[in-house]
Structure formats: C-alpha cells, structure tokens
Design a protein around this ligand. Sequence first.
Ligand SMILES: [Mg+2]
Length: 261
Amino acid sequence: MKKILSFDIDQTLNVAKTPITQEVADLLTQCLNHFEIAPISGQKFDQFLIQIVNPMLEAGVTEEQLTHLHLFVAQGTQYYRYDGTTPYNEQNWQQVYSHPLTNEQITKITAAIEQAARETGYWEEDKLPAGDEIIENRLSQVTFSALGQTAGTEEKYAWDPDTKKRQAIVARAKQLAPEFEYEIGGTTSINAFTPGMNKVFGMTHLMEELKVEKKDILYFGDMTQPGGNDYPVVEMGIDTITVRSHEDTAFCLRGILGILG
Ligand SMILES: [Mg+2]
C-alpha cells in the first residue's frame, strides 16, 4: 500500500489560487489517518496556510493529524512540518530546510521574464489590480503571474487556456537567460528557477525526509503533460493520477477512503 499521498495544489486540490473546498478539506483530513499527506506547489508558505491548512482546521483537523501533513513549498525547495503543539498556532510550523536563489539569480530571471513578456506583447501591467505584482520573488523561484495574484479566477482561466501565450514568453526568456528553467503552471503562471529545482528536487527530498521510496508515493496533478509542472514527477517514475480539477481528486480520494473503510 502507498504510504504517501502527494498533491499539486492549483487545479488539483482547488480552483487556482483559492482555498480548498470544505469537501476536499474533509477528505484530506480523513486521509491523514491513513497516509502522510504532502502537497507540493510553486506557491509560498503563507498560501499553503490560507489555501490548505486553514480550511482543514475548519474541517476539524487535530494537531496530531497535522503532524502527518508535510508542506513542500516553492516546488519543494522549502519544507515545513507542524510540531504537534496544542492548541494550534501557525508559529509552530517548523521550516526543516530551505534552498533559496541568490540575489543575482533573482535579478537575472526577473529581467529576462519581464523583457520576454514585453516583447511578446503579454506584459499586461494595465490589467493589474492596485498593489499587486506580475513578478514575485518566492525565494527558491521567481514566478510570473500575468494578471497578478489577486485577479479574478474567471479572468485568469480566460487569459491563456491553451498556454500559447506563456509558451511564447518562455521561448524568449530561454534565449535571454538560458541558464534557468521555466515551467508553465496554474492558469497564468510561469515559474523560473535553477536547473533541477523543479518537483523532482521536491520529491527527492520528500523521499529522503520521510524515508520512503518512489513506489510508496501516489501523486495527483493536473499538468502532467510534457512541459507541465507536474511532468517531472511522471518522468521520475512515481505513480501519478492526472486530474482535471479538484472534483476529480475528491472522487479519487472518496474511492481510496471507501476501500480503507
Ligand atoms: Mg496545477
């Protein structure tokens, strides 16, 4: 039997950039009784709390159960776990490791993506909500979000449904700063990082930290096609379930929990 259920977040556990539903929160909480649960995504730690942990607290997750939830932040270049302290306090998430980019790398990536987006005509500063930003430093990676973090979900889905715009930006950014890797994820995002710092890095460290092998893991993701940000997990030979949305994931989890009784 699998020991670990690992999940991409955006469009696998939630509607991109929004908290998981109470149904998904409840299913994940039940899964904590049988598995170690490991979400892994390009997002920052505070988004893991907002999108995953807080809804699970509302679903009644206990502090003990939370010790089986492993947060692989920024594609697993940072790892956090809860120390079990009651009552729950978000200060008690411990950072186990972090592998940040250097300032010089961040400056280079940021310049390359901005120039690439401007040249391809997809630098949409005028559509950006006030106080938001297109390029964000997530310590271990730099993330381009075409319409910023706070734009509406529908607007984001409509922006680049066939990923053609982002493919054009990535192609140009690769010419400008070829020493970095670029991945398309979520609905409007491109993540850039140093080679090897993709989900393979995260999954490799997950196996080390949780003392498990590839065969012990079942991974859920929506971008498992070549070039997608879940593809590296498929390529490394981990069993993967491709979903279209959190509804597919919920359906699978109900099946798994149903068999376990
Ligand atoms: Mg996704």
